[in-house]
Write a protein that binds this ligand. Structure first.
Ligand SMILES: [Zn+2]
Length: 119
């Protein structure tokens, strides 16, 4: 039996989930690890100026999760949550860098000396 016909709500839109995916998208783990967790950048992120667009006027920000919270209480309870702890664990894994990908492709600097050919 073939696929049953759906209703006509998604007219000609093949990827109907993209909107919800991009709406909740935050910074990637390597961006957080290499840029945001730098102490200088971290201080700037934790003391952001008042932003009327962001939740809680951008005053309660979790750097690890790249997420704003409405109140200090919400941020503190987030720090104790499973989501945040899982994120901390994910951030412990070293980020995948361009250098690593080049090494994997054999393009990086190879500092080993060439093995002498067997005569
Ligand atoms: Zn968090």
């Amino acid at each position: 039996m073939g696929r049953l016909r759906r209703s006509r709500t998604h007219h000609a839109r093949r990827d109907v989930h993209r909107g919800s995916r991009t709406r909740v998208r935050t910074r990637d783990l390597d961006q957080i690890q290499l840029i945001d967790l730098d102490p200088k950048n971290r201080a700037a992120l934790e003391a952001q100026p008042l932003d009327f667009e962001a939740p809680g006027l951008a005053q309660h920000y979790c750097v690890e999760c790249a997420k704003h919270y409405e109140t200090d209480v919400a941020l503190r309870s987030h720090w104790r949550s499973k989501v945040h702890r899982r994120r901390m664990k994910d951030l412990k894994v070293p980020a995948y860098t361009i250098e690593e990908s080049e090494r994997a492709a054999g393009l990086g600097r190879d500092t080993r000396r060439a093995v002498a050919p067997i005569a």
